[in-house]
Each structure stands twice: as structure tokens, then as C-alpha cells.
Design a protein around this ligand. Structure first.
Ligand code: B12
Length: 221
């Protein structure tokens, strides 16, 4: 059956919201076959659907199990797209340490940032979710990244951003690094308040900011 692009995207959103992961995978493949770009599938399909899921969650129209099923459907769709986004290794741009702060288990956005950074040539070390300040510090000491990215989706995670940045600044890390934060709970204001070097509203901006930070590091600013 041949479907118009708008209809495929609409179907992706509907099925993702219902947590129908097999259908999301099939429709994602159908969208690719119709020439829809991975970034359009992510932005107009998955992310738009997750925004609606978030609104319904807030209004208590849906509950955690349904949100988890939607999240799983997005993750399965992302598996189809990941090889296309991550692509072939290009010239090394720098090394990024990435994690979601302590108390917060949201990882869909972080994973998207990881894929886009990897796709543009960054080496990414993802240390997962619910990461304590000490764990960030330990990983920074062993990995010696150029950039450290913190993700936070909950309002209660904002102080953890502060704690983690403070711990990183105090630690004896033998290489200069820059920090970047993101996630629905944070903003440029939070970055300014806690002294993060950058804030990015989404994964595409995260890549731009990461490149800018690498230039600053090279210029020792
Ligand atoms: C999916 C989801 C869940 C899933 C998470 C599954 C998973 N594996 O991630 C589950 C069901 C587990 C969950 C649990 C909870 N959730 Co929840 N969840 C969501 C939801 C619906 C979508 C989040 C998402 O994946 N969005 C899609 C991605 C692509 O977007 P994103 O995460 O924002 O990421 C983008 C940018 O922010 C940025 N970015 C993200 N990370 C980073 C990092 C860096 C370094 C950079 C540069 C950029 C960057 O780039 C990304 C790509 O463009 C949001 C609603 C929302 N509007 O955010 C609520 C939401 C975040 N959850 C919320 C709540 C309250 C909870 C719970 C407390 C509910 C409960 N009562 O138990 C728990 C907390 C669990 C915990 N301890 O963390 C609230 C938070 C409210 C607040 N201000 O604190 C929200 C906003 C829902 C709401 N409207 O009320 N949740």
C-alpha cells in the first residue's frame, strides 16, 4: 500500500503513542523507503508524539506503563535509524562523556544526542542514567573527555546539575574540558546559574554547541 508522507508520519505518531513498537518499526522502514529523512522521522514523528505523550501524562490521561510503552516504541524505531545517523566514522572531532544526572532515569533525549554526536564524528562515552556526581568525576578521570554532557528531565534534577558541575570543577582532572547541559528541565538560565559552558535545546543544537566548545578548547578560552 502506498501512503503519502504526511500520512506515514501521522501513523508513526499514532502508533508510537499507543506503544505499538512493531508497527512503529514497520512504518519507520516504510517512511525511509518513501524517501523521508531520518531527522524528519525523528522530529515530526517520534519527538512530536513524545511531546503529546508528555502532555497527556501531565493531564493524567495516561499513566507510567503507557508512557514506558511509548518510550520503548521510540527506542525500537531509533534502532532502525541509528545506523543511518551514526553512519561511517569521520575525522575525530573530540571525545564527549554523556550521562543523565542522579535521580533521573530519562534517557531517550540523551541517546538521541549520543547518536547525533557520534554521527558527526565525536567519540561518545555514555555512562547511562541516574549518574552520581562521583561517578561523573571517576569517568572523567579515566576517560579524559573534551566535553562533558549532562541530561536532566526532572525539576528535581536541576540541583544535581549544580552538584555534578561543582564536583567536576573541584576534581583533579588532568585535561581541560567544557561542560554542556540539556533536557526538558534545564535552560540557558540553569547553565548560567551553575556555570555550565553551554546549553542546547535539542540534539541538533547540541552538535553545533559541541563544535563551538571544541573551538574554544583549541583556543584555550
Ligand atoms: C518518556 C518519559 C518518561 C519515561 C522515561 C523512559 C526513558 N527511557 O527515558 C518514564 C515512564 C520512565 C518516566 C518516568 C518519570 N517521569 Co517522565 N516523562 C517522559 C516524557 C513523556 C518524554 C521524555 C522524552 O523522552 N522526550 C523525548 C526526547 C527526545 O526529548 P528530551 O528528553 O527533551 O531530549 C531532547 C532535548 O531535551 C535535548 N537533550 C536531552 N538530553 C540532553 C543532554 C545534553 C548534554 C544536551 C546538550 C541536550 C539534551 O536533546 C534531546 C533531543 O532533541 C516527558 C515529557 C516531556 N515533555 O519531556 C515526561 C516528564 C519528563 N516526566 C515527568 C515525571 C514527573 C516523571 C516521573 C516523576 C513520574 C512518576 N510519578 O513516577 C518519573 C520519574 C522517573 C525518574 N526518576 O527519572 C515530568 C517532569 C516534570 C518536572 N518538571 O519535573 C514530565 C515533563 C512529564 C510531565 N509533563 O509532567 N518518564
Amino acid at each position: 500500500m502506498i501512503m503519502a508522507v504526511q500520512d506515514i508520519l501521522e501513523e508513526i505518531r499514532t502508533n508510537l503513542m499507543k506503544g505499538k513498537h512493531a508497527d512503529v518499526v514497520d512504518l519507520t522502514r516504510a517512511a525511509l523507503d518513501s524517501g523521508v529523512s531520518p531527522s524528519r522521522i525523528i522530529n515530526e514523528g517520534y519527538i512530536r508524539a513524545m511531546e503529546i505523550v508528555g502532555t497527556k501524562m501531565k493531564a493524567q490521561e495516561i499513566w507510567i506503563p503507557e508512557v514506558l510503552m511509548a518510550a520503548k516504541a521510540m527506542a525500537m524505531g531509533m534502532e532502525v535509524l541509528a545506523p543511518l545517523i551514526e553512519g561511517q566514522p569521520r575525522e575525530a572531532k573530540g571525545k564527549v562523556l554523556l550521562g543523565t544526572v542522579k535521580g533521573d532515569v530519562h534517557d531517550i533525549g540523551k541517546n538521541l544526542v549520543r547518536m547525533l554526536l557520534a554521527g558527526t564524528g565525536f567519540t561518545v562515552v555514555d555512562i547511562g542514567v541516574d549518574v552520581s556526581p562521583q561517578k561523573f568525576v571517576n569517568a572523567a578521570i579515566t576517560e579524559l573527555p573534551d566535553l562533558i554532557g549532562l541530561s536532566a528531565l526532572l525539576s528535581t534534577s536541576i540541583p544535581k546539575i549544580g552538584d555534578t558541575l561543582a564536583a567536576l570543577k573541584q576534581a583533579n582532572i588532568e585535561k581541560p574540558f567544557k561542560t554542556i547541559i540539556g533536557g526538558a528541565a534545564v535552560s540557558q538560565q540553569v547553565a548560567d546559574d551553575f556555570g555550565a559552558d553551554a546549553y542546547a535545546v535539542d540534539a541538533a543544537v547540541a552538535v553545533e554547541k559541541a563544535k563551538e566548545l571544541m573551538e574554544k578548547l583549541a583556543g584555550h578560552q
